[in-house]
Design a protein around this ligand. Structure first.
Ligand code: BDR
Ligand code: CA
Length: 316
C-alpha cells in the first residue's frame, strides 16, 4: 500500500478548464493500492481559491470521506502576476463543496511527512511552490519523504511555443522547481514529452459517459467538453483526444512498470527571458557528468495506462 499526499492545481469543474488534475484525484481515490492521506492545493491552472473550491466539489462527488484538503500558495515565488480570481461559476459551487481544513499546505506537507518517516510519497501535479516551501520549512523532509513524483518538465526536446517553451507546471514557478531539484529528495519526473503520449479519446470518453458507475458519466461528459475546447493546433490538441498528464504521475506510484525512467542531472532556467522554465537535462553519458539528482520518464506503455485508467476511473 502506497501512502500519498496529492498536491494539485485542480481546475476541473470550471468552464473550459483542464480536467487532468480531477482525473488524477479520481484515480488516486480509486486505486486500491494507494491511500490518499492529504490533498493540498496550489496556484497554477487556476487561482488557489478556485482550486480549493473545485477540489472540495470533486471530493464531494467522489465521496472522498474525510481526507483533508488544505489550501496552499496563492502565487509563485517571484512571478505573482500568474494569479487570477475565482469566476462566478466557481464561487457558486462553494456552498455545496467540501470545505478546506484550516492550515497551510506547505506546513501540513512537512508535518505529515515528518510524522511518518519514509512512508509518504508526494505526488505533485501543479507548480512546485508548496513542495519547495515545505522543503525550505523542513529541510529534513528530503530524507524523510519516500519519494516525490512530479508531473512537470520536458526532458527530451523542446516545444514549438515562444510564450512557454518549457512545460506549464515548471514554467509557472521555475524558482520552486530549482529548489526541489537542489533538495536532495528522491525525485521522479513524469515530463510532458511522455504524458502527451497518453491520450483519452472521444470514443473512450463516450464509453465512460455511458458506464454505470456514480462518477464515470460525469467524467465522460467533462472529457468530451475538454476535448471540444482544445485548440487542435496546440501541442495538447489532436482533434479527438486529450492528454492524461497528471493521472500518469499518479499511476506510476503503484505501477512503475508503465513508464521507463532514466537517471539524470537536471537543472532549470530561472529568472526572466525566453527560456524561463526550460529544463537542462544531462543524461550522464560522459565521464565528466555531474551526479544524478533525479530520474526522468523516457517512455510509456500508453495502452496499458489507458486500460488501467479506464478500468479504475471509467468503470470499464
Ligand atoms: C500540466 O499543466 C496543467 O495544465 C496540467 O494539469 C498538467 O499538470 C501539463 O503541462
Ligand atoms: Ca495539473
Amino acid at each position: 500500500m502506497k501512502r500519498i499526499i496529492l498536491d494539485t492545481d485542480l481546475a476541473m469543474g470550471a468552464p473550459g478548464s483542464d480536467i487532468d488534475d480531477g482525473f488524477a484525484l479520481a484515480l488516486a481515490h480509486a486505486d486500491p493500492d494507494l491511500r490518499l492521506e492529504l490533498i493540498t492545493t496550489v496556484n497554477g491552472n487556476t487561482d488557489v481559491e478556485s482550486a480549493t473550491i473545485l477540489t472540495g466539489e470533486l471530493a464531494r462527488r467522489l465521496d472522498l470521506g474525510d481526507v483533508p484538503i488544505v489550501k496552499g500558495a496563492a502565487a509563485a515565488f517571484t512571478h505573482p502576476e500568474v494569479r487570477r480570481n475565482p469566476a462566478a461559476e466557481v464561487l457558486a459551487l462553494r456552498a455545496g463543496a467540501r470545505p478546506a481544513t484550516d492550515g497551510y499546505a506547505a506546513v501540513e506537507i512537512a508535518r505529515h511527512v515528518m510524522a511518518h518517516p519514509g512512508e509518504i510519497t508526494i505526488v505533485a501535479i501543479g507548480p512546485l511552490t508548496n513542495v519547495a516551501a515545505a522543503l525550505l520549512l523542513e529541510p529534513r523532509l528530503a530524507e524523510n519523504v519516500a519519494e516525490i513524483v512530479i508531473m512537470g518538465g520536458i526532458f527530451f526536446g523542446t516545444m514549438p511555443d515562444r510564450t512557454m517553451p518549457g512545460e506549464f507546471n515548471v514554467w509557472v514557478d521555475p524558482e520552486a522547481a530549482a529548489a526541489v531539484l537542489r533538495s536532495g529528495a528522491p525525485l521522479r519526473w513524469v515530463g510532458l514529452d511522455v504524458t502527451l503520449q497518453v491520450r483519452l479519446t472521444t470514443a473512450d470518453a463516450e464509453r465512460m459517459r455511458d458506464a454505470r458507475t456514480p462518477f464515470a458519466p460525469f467524467a465522460g461528459e467533462s472529457a468530451l467538453a475538454w476535448i471540444a475546447h482544445l485548440n487542435p493546433h496546440e501541442p495538447e490538441g489532436r482533434g479527438d483526444s486529450c492528454a492524461m498528464h497528471d493521472p500518469l504521475a499518479v499511476a506510476v506510484v503503484t505501477h512503475p512498470e508503465l513508464v521507463t525512467f532514466v537517471d539524470a542531472h537536471v537543472s532549470v532556467v530561472t529568472g526572466d527571458g525566453e527560456a524561463r522554465g526550460v529544463m537542462i537535462t544531462d543524461l550522464l553519458r560522459s565521464d565528466t557528468a555531474p551526479p544524478a539528482n533525479c530520474r526522468v520518464a523516457a517512455s510509456v506503455d500508453a495502452p496499458a495506462f489507458t486500460e488501467h485508467f479506464l478500468n479504475l476511473v471509467g468503470g470499464l
